[in-house]
Write a new protein. Structure first.
Length: 1211
């Protein structure tokens, strides 16, 4: 009874002050009187009094029922009408089913234009329905244009012709020395090669390392590539013409396409060769269920329409090849042919690891189309490092097609350890797999596809309003699944996953914190066994971590920064004086698996897996920190935080916050398990130093100055992911930190920053939509067409990005992006609370959903696994819903109180410390308070099977009062700085921005206020930050009901019209109904316009919103009226700074949030008239172009344009 009553006291925590805190300039606050009136219907004091009177459980149950009935009468489910107020309490009811999200075809269609903002999309395509990515451009080999196949054990990057091995020969940006190289630490020539999971070598020295002196202590461990198993070649006319990646030229190929099916992981390439006389089609796949099996299908056929008149026949030699020269960092053990089985084989060992080898056994079936008789190889070819079988065939017009199926068995020592046939050799198992597969192509293909389809039955993400984001979510899930596996993994070894998975040796294939913090949490809600296998790798290397600690005189264990075959301290991965936070990251990953609680993860797992890792890390950090008697606090020294631009610093904020949190975990877990708990842990956790400026901004490290440029998310990581386990780690000034560091991220930083900002903004900000603008910022600068692979960098040109050769593909970004949706936008967190009486840990799921104005229709997460139950998580336009769809155990859910957030209570610097009003209480240390205090700030629910919990979404307020443009759709018509997205200019966050690429040309942003806007723009403001433009202009497209009606219907008309005649008839009827005559003229009454520029803006608008309509205008003359002009309502208004320049900013001593320069304006419509005099409806525009030019400071030596922080348009 005591516990139940406690929860109900928590449930009634006051929400009456939500968004009523005072704000700064242009804050939009909801009418407080209407809020108060609505809240009186559910008074805080009435609830408290009722609970106090109804002490018995029976009466309390009656009260709960009454409360349920009251709430359900005010709140509907999937598509409730919008209430004026955030309802803090949810409704539990029987499950209502699938919760289909609203689909907005116009929003979906408009979102497809975002693909054009991706790098290299001009010849790419995406088939939404079939989840196929592809390209029609045959180019020289370059890493970003290559797909790959993988199944979690084997993988191969596929070159331009569709199979084989190739070195890169193209860099888009430069031919400077090193342009074709990969990055640190190998800095080797990029190549399309083949890889096997966990096949690591040892190298005495690498081309680049952080601590070369450690090479004298031990070798570094990096991935080896194996002989390229997709290697097929064919030759013509006595081998005078070769079809392979080295010999096929750009001029030889026509009718090219290469695509990747994310549904089944198959890469298909088709092309015509040699004046289109020969058609070549290949399909490559790595079997999803039979992990050691790779398959190549090759079809060679005559294009009979393109054959010369005297054509008789064509001799073709088909080569099945294994070439040791396509392998890297390996030693050739043996190679040969198996003539009996028409096979070739090769065994290689990773450099300096004689205890390991990998065997590849390849055999082919070669048949004419419609023939059942296979062709045997005519001869074998062997050199010391190449083995091949050669098949001679003759193509004629009667027999124009030959079909080759290549079956490759691949077995490594590391995989064989998990097989029942441990006595078999690797080559014996590889041979068995290949020969058992031979001749069963269709059956294997079917089982391969079924294995992929079964995976997707366990996971699906829907974003109905945005094709690009939904594709990125699906592709991210695909890439992570392709490079991991949930079975056939040794529990004694686990699953090491490198930054680039199984298709690249970027970062040497080593395991970083990327695996623990970025990748592992992403598949966990769908495939918890995958996450478990990844974390088992850390458990397997824990014994070596103990040796590392002993080596450096510390107790217990220290993980190195990088790991591979072993977890030694190496020149790439030192254990001390570097990124100590890796020990927190590993511990957090293990604890999160316990908190997720999938099948078999119980207190036994906590005791024997998680507890040793966390306890040992706690004991290490207890010895590592140093007590500063002057401060009375514990400090850390000579380390590197996640921001690797700052090395060998003291008191890294994330590291110290991680130590603080880890020691709290250690205390809680130890008490829960009844283990001995060191009281020193609580003392250090309470008293560890986290540096802050005088303005109460968390410093990334002691002594940080204002010139800092941050490589990647650092301080923000204290909010997420560190905060998702324990509310107390969300620091007092996280909001101010979020604002400050948002402006200091490197524009060319890695794709592991803005997913963190998504989660932080969604959880911390009660105004605007920057959680969603950060989401776009996580994708658009980093995702590479045509195969939706993330690059590590927003700018891949190493000459302009700081000499960084980006890792590719960057699975870290795939994991981060998925987390930004799964945990960021939904507000879902794995969490726990400690019972104050029993000291036992109670696992619960935090749910903190908000409205998503940039994603109309919302998002859906299907088949989310938690506590071995299956959930659907639905965020629609009005409600957040968790559906308990499968399983037989109730789950505990907590919804936090957002009224505690005051994201606009920030006082700006005004040049005088003495005049500053205190904004947030300054603390040099974050002290752990009463652990039950947070209980009073949330509502608890017990969700039983076949029930659903529905809560009304929190509706973020407007950042600027009456801003009709905030949270609306926007696109840039001119280029922006790499890494910037136009959404930042309307996201209600004054600390995000869009910046033109240069300051010379006029920069334009096009805004869509939405259908049937009833407000006219009378005034507004532009926030510039510290870099205002020289002038600003604003143009509008005059409103017309006829235009609106046509725009509203054209997408549906285009989709439903089966042919041109029906389309013309339907459009004609629509025009007739709208009263638009055949000859329609718009009268601009002599207003002077820049005709070319105005019409260009119209064309850009049609291209953005209705490209199909732009095409129709050319076909249907009656639609020419749509080529009406934009009208300038603000013309080249000069900009003057509104804020002084602070000298302290120049001398780098100022750690402050500075006030933003702003330009306010009013619109004088008296000088403008469109259409009939006296008619003002044309002012109620939907489309606006904001144009800026130059920067205010003529002597500025930065070539980039002004920063547009926020655009405010008022009626």
């Amino acid at each position: 009874m005591k516990r139940i009553r406690s929860l109900w006291f928590n449930a009634e925590a006051s929400y009456s002050n939500l968004n009523n805190s005072p704000s700064l300039r242009n804050k939009n606050s909801t009418d407080n009187n209407s809020r108060s009136k609505n809240y009186r219907s559910f008074s805080r004091f009435d609830l408290i009094n009722s609970i106090l009177l109804l002490m018995m459980l029976f009466l309390l149950a009656i009260f709960v029922t009454a409360l349920y009935l009251t709430k359900s009468s005010r709140l509907t489910y999937s598509h409730a009408s919008r209430a004026a107020l955030f309802n803090p309490l949810g409704v539990i009811s029987p499950s209502l089913g699938n919760h289909t999200l609203n689909y907005d075809p116009e929003a979906r269609e408009s979102s497809k234009k975002l693909y054009e903002l991706l790098s290299d999309f001009n010849t790419a395509y995406y088939d939404d329905e079939n989840m196929i990515l592809g390209s029609n451009l045959f180019s020289k080999n370059t890493y970003s244009r290559q797909p790959y196949v993988a199944n979690g054990y084997i993988g191969s990057r596929i070159p331009n012709i569709g199979f084989g091995y190739a070195l890169d020969t193209l860099n888009f940006y430069t031919d400077a020395p090193g342009a074709l190289n990969n990055g640190w630490p190998l800095r080797n020539h990029r190549f399309a090669g083949a890889f096997v999971s966990d096949f690591y070598c040892l190298q005495p020295k690498l081309n680049s390392t952080n601590f070369p002196e450690l090479d004298d202590v031990g070798y570094s461990t990096v991935i080896s590539s194996i002989p390229q198993w997709t290697n097929l070649q064919f030759s013509l006319v006595n081998d005078s013409k070769w079809f392979n990646p080295q010999n096929v030229t750009l001029d030889d190929v026509t009718n090219y396409s290469q695509n990747l099916s994310m549904k089944d992981g198959i890469v298909t390439t088709e092309l015509d060769w040699l004046n289109s006389q020969i058609h070549v089609k290949s399909e490559i796949w790595a079997h999803r269920h039979i992990h050691p099996l790779g398959v190549v299908s090759l079809e060679i056929s005559l294009n009979t329409d393109h054959l010369p008149s005297d054509f008789d026949s064509l001799d073709v030699n088909i080569w099945d090849i294994l070439d040791f020269n396509t392998s890297h960092r390996t030693v050739l053990h043996s190679t040969g042919t198996d003539e009996k089985n028409n096979a070739v084989f090769m065994i290689v060992q990773p450099d300096n690891v004689p205890s390991s080898n990998c065997a590849i056994y390849s055999t082919c079936t070669v048949k004419y189309e419609n023939s059942t008789n296979p062709i045997n190889s005519s001869e074998s070819f062997e050199e010391k490092d190449i083995s091949s079988n050669i098949y001679n065939v003759i193509l004629t017009e009667d027999q124009p097609k030959i079909i080759v199926h290549k079956y490759v068995g691949i077995m490594s020592t590391e995989f064989n350890k998990n097989k029942e046939q441990q006595d078999n050799t690797n080559i014996g198992l590889a041979k068995m797999i290949a020969l058992n597969s031979k001749g069963n192509y269709e059956k294997l293909l079917s089982s391969h596809k079924r294995a992929w389809y079964d995976l997707y039955n366990d996971a699906f993400i829907e974003i109905p309003s945005d094709s690009l984001l939904e594709m990125t979510a699906r592709s991210s899930l695909f890439h992570l699944l392709a490079n991991t596996r949930d079975y056939n993994v040794s529990s004694d070894r686990g699953l090491p996953v490198g930054v680039s998975g199984l298709s690249s040796d970027s970062y040497g294939g080593m395991v970083f914190w990327d695996a623990d913090i970025w990748m592992e949490p992403a598949p966990m809600p769908f495939f918890p066994n995958v996450a478990h296998n990844m974390n088992n790798y850390r458990n397997a290397t824990h014994s070596q971590a103990k040796v590392n600690a002993e080596k450096y005189g510390y107790p217990r264990s220290i993980y190195p920064w990088t790991s591979g075959k072993y977890a030694y301290c190496t020149s790439t991965g030192p254990c001390v004086d570097y990124e100590y936070h890796i020990n927190v990251d590993v511990a957090m990953a293990s604890f999160s698996i316990y908190l997720n609680g999938h099948e078999g993860i119980d207190d036994e797992y906590l005791r024997y897996t998680t507890w040793p890792i966390i306890k040992n890390a706690a004991q290490f950090f207890t010895a590592y920190v140093k007590y500063n008697s002057s401060l009375g606090l514990y400090e850390t020294y000579n380390l590197t935080d996640p921001d690797e631009f700052a090395n060998h610093i003291n008191n890294g904020a994330f590291t110290n916050a991680g130590i603080k949190t880890l020691l709290k975990w250690a205390t809680d877990i130890g008490n829960h398990l009844g283990e001995v708990v060191d009281p020193k842990w609580s003392e250090i956790s309470k008293d560890i130093y986290i540096p802050r400026s005088s303005s109460n901004i968390t410093l990334e490290y002691s002594g940080m100055n204002s010139s800092v440029e941050i490589k990647q998310a650092d301080v923000t990581l204290m909010v997420y992911p560190l905060g998702y386990i324990n509310d107390e780690s969300i620091l007092n000034n996280a909001i101010k930190d979020l604002y400050y560091y948002s402006e200091r991220q490197s524009a060319s930083g890695p794709a592991m920053t803005y997913p963190v900002f998504v989660a932080a903004a969604a959880g911390l900000l009660n105004h605007g939509s920057s959680s969603q603008s950060y989401l776009y910022k996580s994708v658009l600068p980093y995702l590479r067409a045509p195969f939706a692979q993330f690059s590590e960098q927003s700018d891949d040109n190493f000459l302009t990005n700081g000499l960084t050769q980006p890792a590719f593909p960057f699975l870290t970004a795939n994991g981060g992006f998925l987390q930004s949706i799964l945990f960021g936008l939904t507000g879902i967190r794995y969490s726990y609370e400690v019972d104050p009486d029993t000291k036992k840990i109670n696992r619960l799921l935090r749910f903190n959903p908000i409205e998503l104005p940039l994603l109309p229709g919302g998002i859906a997460i299907r088949n989310f696994k938690y506590m071995n139950q299956v959930l659907d998580i639905i965020i629609d336009d009005h409600n957040g819903t968790i559906v308990h769809k499968s399983g037989d155990v109730p789950i505990h859910i907590k919804i936090p109180n957002r009224s505690l957030i005051h994201d606009q209570d920030i006082n700006f610097y005004n040049g005088s410390e003495n005049e500053r009003k205190p904004n947030l209480e300054r603390r040099d240390v974050d002290r752990v308070g009463d652990p039950m205090r947070m209980d009073r700030y949330g509502t608890y629910y017990l969700l039983k099977p076949k029930q659903e919990l529905t809560v009304q979404l929190f509706k973020p307020g407007l950042n600027a009062r009456n801003n009709i443009a905030e949270n609306k759709q926007i696109t840039n018509l001119t280029a922006g700085v790499p890494g910037d997205v136009a959404f930042s200019a309307l996201d209600g966050n004054n600390y995000t921005h869009w910046q033109p690429l240069d300051k010379i040309h006029r920069a334009k942003l096009l805004i869509d206020l939405g259908e049937y806007n009833e407000k006219e723009i009378t005034k507004g403001m532009i926030l510039w930050g510290q870099r205002p433009a020289k002038n600003i202009s604003i143009s509008i497209l005059p409103h017309s009901e006829k235009v609106e009606n046509l725009f509203a219907n054209v997408t549906e008309i285009m989709q439903n019209s089966g042919n041109d005649q029906l389309l013309n008839e339907t459009i004609g009827q629509l025009l007739d109904n709208a009263g638009i005559p055949v000859e329609n003229v718009i009268d601009f009454d002599g207003i002077e316009q820049e005709d070319d520029e105005s019409l260009d803006d119209v064309q850009a608008l049609l291209h953005w919103k209705k490209e199909d309509l732009a095409k129709l205008i050319e076909q249907i003359p009656r639609l020419n009226f749509l080529k009406r002009k934009f009208v300038k309502i603000l013309d080249n208004v000069p900009v003057s700074p509104s804020e002084p320049y602070y000298e302290a900013s120049r001398n780098q001593s100022l750690i402050e949030i500075l006030p933003s320069n702003r330009t306010t304006f009013t619109i004088d419509y008296d000088k403008l008239q469109v259409g009939d005099k006296g008619n003002t409806d044309w002012r109620k525009t939907r489309y606006i172009v904001v144009a800026v030019q130059g920067v205010y400071d003529d002597y500025d030596d930065d070539n980039k344009g002004a920063t547009i922080k926020e655009i405010v348009l008022n009626d």
